[in-house]
Write a protein that binds this ligand. Structure first.
Ligand SMILES: [Zn+2]
Length: 178
């Protein structure tokens, strides 16, 4: 098969407009394994690959037999497109309609996955906040105890000083017995 260049003109009647990833401008092809779903692109948020753009089949998150292993980072995906540029084209409009329908459903699923991830993250944050609160509370208790110690210390010192003065006064007013 001759290599097909990216963006090369293909017959109009069968070529739906390419869907491009808004960040990288790379075409989002139909998954070469599922053949009825378009690849979706995301930017890593949480892992060590934070900030990297990756491309995956919407079925990548599915369980077991429905799962699709299509998952590539930007560099590999670009390479893959170079070798498989024809994947995007050669489909009839009718086929594309069914693709869009399935895509719609899968997009919602992907959205749900994202929402679930967000909720998980929020839960973790709440736990963190609770821990912080607990730490703050113990810090407050320590502070109050310290304050009490200082106050009691001062009060004791004051009382002892007073007692000394009283004793001295008492000695002064006592008539000396010779
Ligand atoms: Zn797939």
């Amino acid at each position: 098969m001759p290599p097909v260049l990216l963006g090369a003109p293909t017959p109009l009647e069968v070529e739906p407009p390419a869907v491009l990833d808004e960040v990288t401008n790379l075409p989002l092809i139909i998954c070469s394994k599922c053949k009825d779903l378009r690849i979706v692109a995301f930017t890593c948020k949480w892992t060590k690959n934070r900030g990297k753009r990756f491309f995956k089949c919407p079925r990548y998150n599915e369980l077991e037999e429905k799962r699709c292993g299509f998952y590539m980072f930007q560099d590999k995906y670009k390479q893959y497109l170079k070798c498989n540029a024809s994947l995007e084209y050669g489909r009839t409009v009718l086929e594309m309609d069914s693709v869009r329908e399935v895509e719609g459903i899968e997009q919602v699923k992907v959205g749900l996955h994202d929402v679930r991830d967000e909720i998980l993250k929020m839960k973790l944050e709440i736990v963190d906040l609770k821990n912080e609160e607990r730490k703050m509370k113990s810090a407050c208790v320590v502070l109050i105890v310290l304050l009490l110690v200082v106050v009691v210390g001062f009060a004791l010192k004051y009382t002892i000083c007073n007692a000394d003065h009283l004793l001295q006064d008492y000695r002064l007013v006592q008539p000396r017995v010779e």
